[in-house]
Design a protein around this ligand. Structure first.
Ligand code: LLP
Length: 427
């Protein structure tokens, strides 16, 4: 059930009218629903329990890059979540939010020595390594600290996720992962390095997948590789199948998490029973969008209406710097009025104040608007605030978390002077 619903003509999040949040904290403001975040996280955790796995046997490592606000991380951590990070900065966020670093996995193609040392000093669960030079660097850093780093190799199964080309990562031509045909040889290198401990296989094929067939195809390839490694005496602690389950932005019908995980655990159980005497293997997941995407909206105010011969524009106070997805991927986000008007609908392009033709948030939407109206840009909880920038010296939006009939400011709006406070003019 969506926690963003109309009551009469007013749009509510849980029991709070969105208009009350705009009145208290101004616009643009991201608004997240705690109930929605909790339900979405639980759709994973409950499915794992339903298939007989406790937290030690199946761990959700929420992908921090999708929404990294401390309050969101804190909530998910309290619910039991681990975290998938891609930088030292994200690790520091997880720790600042009270998350458990021993439930952290570190992904990404370009980890620096400093980031590796930071993660090792916090004894993270696993590094997802993407190349042979990275293996050598990690071995070296761990040696210098007298430690052994737990590693997975991120393999590239060459499966087509059938999603937007910018967010598909599992094909041969992508920069991500180790080519499947090179995986075995790369594992041999990893196993030979004394300061590395091979613990898993990792794979992530893309984002906003509506069908789980490509994920299960990737899983089959990972299982094949696990058996090859087993035959060579390389024992694995876990398989990490990444994130990628999509959400409804418009009328998409993504696979339900419970159905996907039922199919996934059925395969795992059959495989373990047939080939490994039923000995279990730990499963890790790295979902981002499916936990936060539909749990957030971006609230914005109409500044001006421009009615023209061929087009009408609604100029709002949110822009591409606040929500990059339309400009970057031509992504479609629903637009809802915060207060519905009975008449006067026209077709509008909803655009921001940034000086770029690409600064649009929605195109050709039928809306009934007046200057000063509030609009909610829907499904903006994932890759919204985390991809925001200060382009045009615009302070980033505030963020608010709603819980029932209460709401809290979880990030205040940036003041313009803060945006150049780190700069200096040479003598
Ligand atoms: N694991 C890895 C290694 C990833 O690269 C990603 C996302 C995830 C997990 C989480 O995937 P999710 O469950 O959210 O699909 N900015 C784009 C999406 C980029 C996704 C990057 N990787 C967008 O706004 O659509």
């Amino acid at each position: 059930m969506s926690h963003f619903q109309f009551r009469g003509d007013a749009l509510y999040v849980e029991n709070v009218p969105l208009a009350a949040i705009a009145a208290a904290h101004g616009t643009p403001v991201y608004v997240y629903s705690r109930a929605s975040l909790t339900e979405n996280y639980r759709s994973y955790a409950d499915a794992c329990r339903a298939h007989g796995r406790n937290e030690q046997q199946a761990l959700v490592c929420y992908s921090v890059k999708s929404n990294s606000n401390l309050a969101v991380l804190n909530l998910l951590g309290k619910l039991g979540s681990g975290f998938d990070i891609v930088s030292g900065g994200e690790l520091l966020r997880v720790i600042a939010a009270g998350g458990d670093p021993r439930k952290v996995i570190f992904s990404g193609v370009g980890k620096s020595r400093e980031e590796m040392a930071l993660a090792l000093s916090h004894d993270i669960l696993c590094f997802n390594v993407e190349s042979i030079p990275e293996l050598h660097r990690l071995n070296d850093v761990a040696a210098g600290m007298g430690k052994r780093a737990r590693v997975s190799l991120r393999v590239n199964p060459d499966v087509d996720p059938k999603t937007h080309p910018y967010i598909s990562t599992g094909l041969k031509e992508n920069k991500f992962g180790i080519a499947f045909e090179d995986a075995l040889a790369t594992y041999r290198v990893a196993a030979s390095l004394p300061h590395l401990e091979v613990t898993g296989i990792d794979c992530h094929i893309g984002s906003q997948l509506l069908d789980d067939a490509p994920l299960l195809e990737a899983l089959d390839k990972v299982i094949l590789l696990a058996d090859q490694l087993h035959a060579e005496g390389i024992a694995l602690h876990h398989l990490d199948i990444g994130g990628g389950i999509g959400i409804t932005y418009d009328d998409e019908q993504p696979v339900a998490v419970a159905d996907y995980l039922a199919r996934l655990f059925a395969r795992i159980d059959r495989w373990r029973a047939e080939k490994h005497d039923g000995k279990p293997i730990v499963m890790l997941f790295e979902p981002g969008r499916s936990i936060v995407g539909n749990a957030g909206v971006l609230l914005t105010e109409v500044q001006y209406l421009k009615h023209g011969a061929t087009k009408n524009f609604a100029v709002v106070d949110a822009a591409m710097n606040d929500l990059m997805r339309p400009a970057m991927y031509e992504a479609w986000h629903g637009i809802q009025p915060v207060h519905r008007r009975p008449a006067g609908a026209r077709v509008y392009d909803v655009v921001g104040p940034v000086c770029e033709s690409g600064d649009w948030l929605a195109r050709e939407r039928t809306l009934s608007l007046e200057q000063g109206d509030l609009l909610a840009i829907m499904s903006a909880g994932a890759y919204g605030m985390t991809m925001a920038s200060n382009y045009n010296t615009r302070g980033r939006a505030a963020e608010v978390l709603v819980d029932g009939d209460r709401f809290s400011l979880i990030r205040r709006r940036e003041a313009p002077a803060e945006l150049f406070a780190l700069e200096s003019i040479p003598d």
